[in-house]
Design a protein. Structure first.
Length: 137
């Protein structure tokens, strides 16, 4: 076999774009669609931890929280003023007691925060428990 024949018999791999890693694409394709790493829920009522009502250190709010449970089962509370902190006294069981069934999937925590109004734009606002209150229809 000549050198020229050896060169033609080799497989030519397709060009890949910069940052396009075939291994990463394979990992993304093999992950289930329901692989959720962070769970969130809203909680309009005050939250009491060890007998003390939780209060936002930034704005003084005492109710209307976003409760976040991450993949390490750590619980974070977020106020409408966008102040967020880890609450070590709360557990995954506490989160599940506050959260309901179902829910909507979001691509990121930032998207949830923005869409639910916990990004600071509604700071100082308490929304009614029933968002249809006062509407006619």
């Amino acid at each position: 076999m000549t050198t020229e024949e050896l060169q033609h018999s080799r497989t030519i791999l397709p060009e890949t774009a910069f940052g396009d890693d075939p291994l990463l694409r394979l990992q993304e394709a093999s992950e289930p669609d329901d692989s959720i790493w962070t769970y969130t829920t809203t909680h309009p009522d005050p939250i009491t931890v060890t007998g003390i009502t939780v209060m936002c250190a930034k704005c003084g709010a005492r109710r209307d929280w976003m409760v976040i449970c991450d993949r390490r089962n750590q619980i974070f509370l977020r106020c409408r003023c966008a102040h967020e902190w880890h609450e070590p006294e709360l557990t995954r069981a506490d989160y599940q007691a506050m959260a309901g069934k179902g829910g909507q999937k979001y691509p990121s925590l930032d998207a949830v925060v923005r869409d639910a109004g916990y990004d600071g734009t509604l700071a100082g606002t308490y929304l009614p428990d029933d968002l249809n209150a006062g509407t006619y229809g």
